[in-house]
Design a protein. Structure first.
Length: 480
């Protein structure tokens, strides 16, 4: 039924009706019907109240970096439209015209159903096109995962235009690209919402302390309490999603900067090519030394040697690839094509005696010793078919090593504890002269062997070390 009414509209209202009048060729009745039809409709397509434009822009800004839940996405855009990019483009442009968002979307692709690549150009008001780009990118990635996954390759922001490029990829890379370009805050918001009380307390403490709180992994803190050198590999490996040995040096330096600055262990980390400059506010010499050793060993675990220097409030770590190459040469020379455990051990003894002939080697004692210790254990494993190490087998190996090195030692095995005492070390005290460098390298070789055999399961408790005034060395090995 058509009801005819007479209404009066002033010139200002007529001006506002122009877009509708143009669409309906000047038909006022059709223009008014469109406005009445659309009244109360929201973005896609449920009912809601009108929102003030400034509030709407603020809301769009606040949700930037947050992905839309899958069930909401399915309500916004029909998943079946993924089967035709042409229909998807037409549908979206029609919707935005109805909403008067003044958004224009253009798709460029090589295949309507299964494209190998897509270029999307979105033009309009900057706050709106950013939101539309996020929604559309999420829609394409999500709904392509079960067919041929589409990865976001680039997002280019121009004046009143955003270009999004997608290409065929894997599910993992496709999803990660969505987080990289449009979901930077998604994981953070979900984490805060899942534990609001915890995160409110953490943020409050950081604010009250002016960000002087320190947040570290539990294992790192446990090492500190145990007076060990905490490396912090866990935090770095969790972020990089790969073992520390496989991380390129450039990425490793950036990860150290991120972990150490955000945990507030240090104040600031600067990277100058492959040099690290660490700024701190520690007052204790012991604390500074521990931080320095932690960083040196962490980089060494990554396969690189750094020369550390300290000042009042800085630690400077300089990359020394030349020394690293020399250490690798020494270890490689210990490995011959037909080597055996005895040959390896004999070369180790020869090497220790000529240690002082190697230039600049004090920097590398720790790395060198551990590599040699690990190499010795590998050769023993090969010759004796060792698959799993226990304290009894470890004791047997080092009794052989000590006899070859002319070291007088004593072992006491009590359950899961092994007390190891060196009464006399011939190579470190030859001719009644104590050589701290040789001693240090031998000690690190023992640690390298222990780590190779038991990994992080073994705890080494040093009771006494050989020095100029004391010829005995005593340690306890504990297994859980």
């Amino acid at each position: 039924m058509i009801v005819t009414k007479h209404i009066s509209i002033d010139k200002e209202c007529v001006e506002k009706l122009k877009p509708q009048l143009e669409r309906h060729n000047g038909n006022f009745s059709a223009a008014i019907r469109e406005i009445i039809d659309r009244n109360g409709k929201s973005v896609f397509p449920n009912n809601s109240s009108a929102i003030d434009s400034s509030l709407f822009k603020w809301m769009l800004t606040e949700v930037d970096g947050i992905l839309i839940p899958d069930n909401i996405m399915d309500e916004l855009i029909d998943p079946i439209l993924i089967n035709s990019l042409r229909k998807l483009e037409d549908c979206l442009n029609c919707r935005f015209r109805e909403l008067e968002w003044d958004i224009d979307i253009e798709f460029k692709y090589d295949n309507d159903n299964l494209p190998s690549g897509i270029l999307i150009e979105i033009r309009g008001e900057i706050h709106m096109i950013r939101t539309v780009a996020r929604i559309l990118s999420q829609y394409l990635v999500k709904n392509s995962l079960e067919k041929i996954p589409l990865e976001i390759m680039s997002v280019i922001n121009l004046n009143e235009c955003i270009k999004v490029e997608l290409a065929r990829s894997t599910k993992k890379e496709a999803y990660n690209s969505l987080l990289t370009f449009f979901g930077g805050m998604d994981e953070v918001i979900k984490g805060v919402k899942s534990h609001p009380t915890f995160w409110k307390a953490i943020v409050k403490r950081h604010l009250l302390s002016n960000y002087n709180m320190v947040t570290v992994h539990r294992n790192y803190f446990e090492d500190l309490l145990s007076n060990n050198i905490p490396l912090g590999e866990i935090s770095i490996e969790n972020i990089s999603k790969k073992p520390i040995q496989e991380i390129p040096l450039k990425d490793m330096l950036l990860l150290i900067k991120e972990v150490y600055e955000t945990s507030r262990v240090v104040d600031k980390v600067e990277i100058d090519n492959d040099k690290l400059i660490i700024f701190h506010s520690f007052r204790s010499y012991e604390a500074i030394e521990k931080i320095k050793k932690t960083l040196v060993l962490l980089l060494e675990a990554n396969g690189h040697l750094f020369d550390p220097k300290t000042t009042a409030n800085m630690i400077v770590l300089t990359h020394r690839p030349d020394v690293g190459v020399k250490v690798n040469e020494i270890v490689d020379n210990l490995r011959t094509s037909n080597n055996s455990f005895d040959q390896e051990l004999q070369m180790f003894m020869t090497f220790l005696k000529g240690l002082k002939n190697i230039p600049d080697i004090p920097l590398s004692f720790t790395a060198l010793g551990r590599k040699i210790g690990s190499s010795l254990m590998q050769e023993y494993e090969k010759e004796n078919g060792i698959k799993i190490w226990d304290l009894k087998t470890f004791k047997t190996v080092f009794e052989i090593i000590n006899s070859k090195l002319h070291m007088e030692s004593e072992w006491k095995l009590e359950g899961k504890n092994l007390l190891y005492t060196v009464m006399k070390c011939q190579i470190a005290t030859e001719g009644n002269k104590f050589d701290k460098y040789i001693c240090h390298t031998s000690r690190e070789a023992f640690k390298g062997a222990l780590n190779h055999a038991f990994g992080n399961r073994a705890e080494l408790d040093i009771k006494k070390l050989i020095s100029r005034g004391d010829k005995r060395c005593e340690v306890v090995i504990r297994l859980p």
